[in-house]
Design a binder for this molecule. Structure first.
Ligand SMILES: NC(=O)C1=CN([C@@H]2O[C@H](COP(=O)(O)OP(=O)(O)OC[C@H]3O[C@@H](n4cnc5c(N)ncnc54)[C@H](O)[C@@H]3O)[C@@H](O)[C@H]2O)C=CC1
Ligand SMILES: O=C(O)CCC(=O)C(=O)O
Length: 439
């Protein structure tokens, strides 16, 4: 027995040592603090909308509290034989309107953001969920990443499902991760393409899903510019933080529409050209493994300067919490379009309001992703593939209709667009809750 434990101790080595030293617990506490601060930010915005609606307190609490939160540990043997333990979670918010739905993020910092109201703003028949694993995927080999993903599926398979909760890509998760997810789940529950969205197109994915969040962001900007009488997409200068799925697709589509993308950044650096970057060339440069800052078609910029770079439309498309009050006082644009989840803190939001800078909120702006995820799910249930133009046309319609709904609340109630978006969503969720009854 003693030698087995010793053997086990040797195998587990560093991971157990670190856990026993309390490092794991400290990391876990940091993640929870981070998660709760983000949830608090969202709840601050949500309360502002609830203040405008005359709902009884009990209903308000119901709307503020997630239905279920699951937290699991994934034990993975790494390529070098060491055992690592990863914390993973899934939070399910409200399923009055349909199955839970939302992204799955692999990131060193947990960031529980808000899909729950997004599905209601977009008027698609889902509730909201979010999940993730606390990991820096750049430090894992592809095989380790696959093992970790499969362990995650085994750990949460009883609370997800085609009609229960449908994960999707988010930061650092892509079609490949979704394919592993679908494959592992199907081993336990039988063929289930509808259990995740954002799968590869050749493996029950939807045409148009990869670009959907960036494309939806572009439609959202078009509608906002029209409403603000600011002209066309082609008339604006854009600065974009984040050049991953969302940022790069938004940049590409804005550039194709004739807009000038004057600066973009990623986690490693930034590049700028006040006459506009050639986004086609830049994407090829990055796809070839080069950094943004080494792009010959622009000058290198400190990544910290992206949010203050002079432009008409600033698009944070990376991580949450980047526009606090200090940053909000310095940014140099006419409108902020939140393609990322939770880029503006409540304090930052107040400063932007005071400065007269319009903010198009995340729960609407990046809703194109979950909308085309919904289209993918419908195609999986139909076992039928739609044409890409059809997907894009339907997405355009959803984004335009959702904008019209929030713009009319913004005008009628005289509230900022963020509050208007929450009001629209809360009204839809509440209607579903009340009509389903509470017995
Ligand atoms: N992928 C999707 O369909 C959806 C994504 N979102 C949100 O959009 C945002 C971006 O997601 P994806 O593009 O999918 O992720 P991604 O992993 O494809 O790209 C993230 C980008 O952000 C950059 N980045 C990371 N940390 C940064 C930092 N500190 N400063 C500057 N850049 C940084 C990365 O280098 C990368 O370019 C996230 O907030 C995500 O929650 C929201 C809805 C749907
Ligand atoms: O496609 C989805 O289901 C959700 C995408 C996502 O992560 C989000 O909307 O925040």
């Amino acid at each position: 027995m003693a030698s087995a434990l010793l053997l086990c101790g040797k195998q587990i080595g560093g991971a157990v040592g670190r856990l026993l030293a309390g490092e794991g617990l400290a990391a876990c506490a940091t993640q929870l603090r981070h998660a709760s601060s983000h949830a608090e930010n969202t709840n601050t915005f949500l309360r502002e909308a609830l203040n405008r609606l005359d709902y009884p307190e009990k209903l308000q609490n119901l709307l503020l509290t997630p239905r279920r939160e699951m937290s699991v540990e994934l034990v993975v043997q790494m390529d070098d034989g060491q055992i690592e333990v990863f914390n993973a979670y899934r939070v399910q918010h409200n399923n009055a309107r349909g199955p839970y739905k939302g992204g799955l993020r692999y990131h060193p910092q947990v960031d529980l953001d808000d899909v729950r109201r997004k599905t209601a703003v977009m008027d698609i028949p889902y509730g909201g969920a979010k999940g993730g694993v606390t990991v820096d995927p750049r430090k894992l080999s592809e095989r380790e990443l696959e093992k970790m993903t499969r362990k995650l599926v085994v750990a949460i398979k009883e609370i997800i499902g085609t009609y229960e909760d449908i994960p999707a890509p988010d930061m650092n998760t892509d079609a490949k991760v979704m394919a592993w997810f679908f494959d592992e789940y199907s081993k336990y529950k039988g063929f289930s393409p509808g259990v995740v969205t954002g799968k590869p197109v050749y493996l029950h994915g939807s045409l148009g899903r990869e670009a959907a969040t960036g494309r939806g962001t572009t439609f959202a900007i078009r509608e906002l510019l029209k409403a603000l009488h600011m002209g066309k997409l082609a008339d604006q200068k854009y600065a974009i933080q984040g050049f991953g799925n969302v940022g790069a697709w938004a940049a590409q589509l804005l550039w194709e529409a004739g807009g000038k993308v004057v600066a973009v950044s990623d986690v490693a650096g930034a590049v700028a050209n006040e006459h506009g970057l050639d986004i086609g060339e830049l994407r090829r440069h990055v796809a070839a493994g080069q950094t943004l800052s080494s792009f010959p078609g622009g000058g290198s910029l400190a990544k910290e300067d992206i949010l203050t770079f002079p432009c008409d439309v600033l698009i944070p498309a990376a991580i949450g919490g980047v526009i606090g009050p200090d940053m909000a006082a310095k940014i140099n644009c006419k409108v902020v379009v939140e393609a990322a989840n939770g880029p503006t803190t409540p304090e930052g939001d107040v400063v932007l309001r005071d400065r007269g800078i319009t903010v198009l909120p995340d729960i609407y702006t990046n809703g194109g992703g979950v909308t085309v995820s919904f289209f993918e799910w419908v195609q999986n249930l139909q076992n039928f593939k739609w044409e890409e133009e059809d997907v894009n046309r339907k997405l355009d319609r959803k984004m335009s209709d959702a904008f019209a709904a929030l713009w009319s609340v913004h005008r009628e109630m005289g509230v900022p667009l963020r509050t208007a978006a929450f009001v629209v969503a809360l009204q839809r969720v509440t209607r579903a809750e009340v009509h389903r009854g509470f017995d």
